[in-house]
Design a protein around this ligand. Structure first.
Ligand code: IPM
Ligand code: MG
Length: 354
């Protein structure tokens, strides 16, 4: 099979981590015969610098024509003073919206060799950890009406419609059916009207999934439960903003935010794949970043968009094996070999070729 992959390297460490991921995918090609055609497009600050827009039309068109999209990260101090619509983040939110990527899957799991890297006590994750966070990605406060009222007041609006909640709930219920059949919907229904609608719709949708045990949790409690007893969660479904926050928190359970991959899916198989971490401008260009979240995002791409589960397993296994000996700075522990971003890519690729 041959697939066209739109590649959006973005800013900061984006180019470094994506280059290592392409190295790994080239090794997958050699091993499996799957062919990839990579097409680069601009996004974020890099796009703004070259074209005056953080999301050029050519990028949207290129992504729409591809089988899947691989993204690094966007943003950096250099662009922080630009008007909101020209900021790198506007490019990221814009591409999610333009491609209809309403379901963001963030899979938090323990890589066995990283068990000791989690800053949390080992016994918390002793019984394993495998949480699928399903974050609504094209609605809520990220896309609601926002603005200024005079000099001293500003507002953002959390707004959800029935169809938006129902479709993300269906994604989450469907995933739960293929996993441990438990779904926890996270909201703030004790305070927010949009959360009360969210809960109503999730409960209605549940009737189509009688085999899934549904529970509800307030977001503040969920933030606490993730640290207190993370093993209780199977699939978590939540709004755009709550999902953003809880997934960063949950990433630390797996050792480092540098390990957490994500898939952003539209209806059908099309998707965009990116690490959940940002562009880390402080270490950009130093060949220090951990490329594994992006490498694992490429594995999700093979699994969810391209239907190449065997190749995805090859990548996951190679990452797991490499972690037994080699570590980037963010997951470094004594007794392991400290490697750079590019060495990490080389190691994973070498294992795939072996
Ligand atoms: C993420 C990021 C983005 C978000 C930022 C960079 C706009 O934090 O993908 O989680 O808030 O969605
Ligand atoms: Mg985030």
């Amino acid at each position: 099979m041959e697939y066209t992959i739109a590649v959006l390297k973005g800013d900061g460490i984006g180019p470094e981590i994506v280059n290592e991921t392409i190295k790994v995918l080239d090794a997958v090609s050699e091993k499996t015969g799957i062919q990839f055609e990579f097409q680069d497009y601009l996004l974020g600050g890099a796009a703004y610098d070259q074209t005056g827009s953080p999301l050029p039309e050519e990028t949207v068109a290129g992504c729409k024509n591809a089988d899947a999209v691989l993204l690094g990260a966007v943003g950096g101090e250099r662009w922080d003073t630009l008007p909101a619509s020209l900021r790198p983040e506007a490019g990221l939110l814009g591409i999610r919206k333009a491609l209809g990527l309403y379901a963001n899957l963030r899979h938090v799991k323990i890589f066995e060799p990283l068990r000791n890297s989690s800053p949390l006590k080992n016994e918390l994750i002793a019984h394993g950890l495998d949480i699928m966070i399903v974050r609504e990605l094209t609605g809520g406060i990220y896309f609601g009406k926002k603005g200024r009222e005079g000099e001293d007041t500003a507002f953002d609006t959390e707004r959800y419609s029935r169809f938006e909640v129902e479709r993300i709930a269906r994604t989450a219920f469907g995933l739960a059916q293929k996993r441990a059949k438990r779904l926890c919907s996270v909201d703030k229904a004790n305070v927010l009207e949009s959360s009360r609608l969210w809960r109503e719709v999730v409960i209605e949708t549940a009737t189509d999934y009688p085999d899934v045990a549904l529970s509800h949790m307030y977001v503040d409690n969920c933030a606490m439960q993730l640290i207190r007893n993370p093993g209780q969660f199977d699939v978590v479904v939540t709004s755009n903003m709550f999902g953003d926050i809880l997934s960063d928190e949950a990433s630390m359970l797996s050792g480092s935010i540098g390990m957490l991959a994500s898939a952003s899916l539209a209806n059908g198989a099309f998707g965009l794949y990116e690490p959940i971490h940002g562009s880390a401008p402080d270490i950009a260009g130093q060949n220090k970043a951990n490329p594994l979240a992006t490498v694992l995002s490429a594995s999700m791409m093979l699994r969810y968009s391209l239907g190449e589960a065997v190749a995805a397993d090859l990548i996951d296994n190679a990452v797991e094996a490499v972690l037994k000996a080699f570590r980037t700075a963010d997951i470094y522990e004594e007794g392991f070999t400290l490697v750079s971003c590019s060495e990490m890519g080389d190691r994973v690729a070498a294992l795939l070729r072996a």
